[in-house]
Ligand binder design. Structure first.
Ligand SMILES: [Zn+2]
Length: 70
């Protein structure tokens, strides 16, 4: 038996047709976390924990590393 789990976007909470995000909202979410880390509102670890996949978390870390000139 397959039941479609109701899914909502991790960024804005709107229902999606499956998946963690509405179209394009994964990068929006990552961008907002990126800004929050740069503004010292949250730590990089907190931002990573907020992202649903390791791939997104690693992209965030790469962006931060580049900005910090590491
Ligand atoms: Zn969304």
């Amino acid at each position: 038996m397959t039941t479609a789990e109701p899914t909502v976007c991790r960024h804005c909470g709107e229902p999606t047709r499956g998946g963690e995000y509405a179209p394009g909202h994964d990068s929006k979410h990552r961008g907002e976390l990126y800004q929050a880390v740069l503004a010292c509102e949250i730590t990089e670890d907190q931002a990573r924990a907020d992202l649903p996949t390791v791939a997104l978390a690693d992209q965030l870390s790469n962006d931060l590393a580049r900005t910090r000139g590491r």
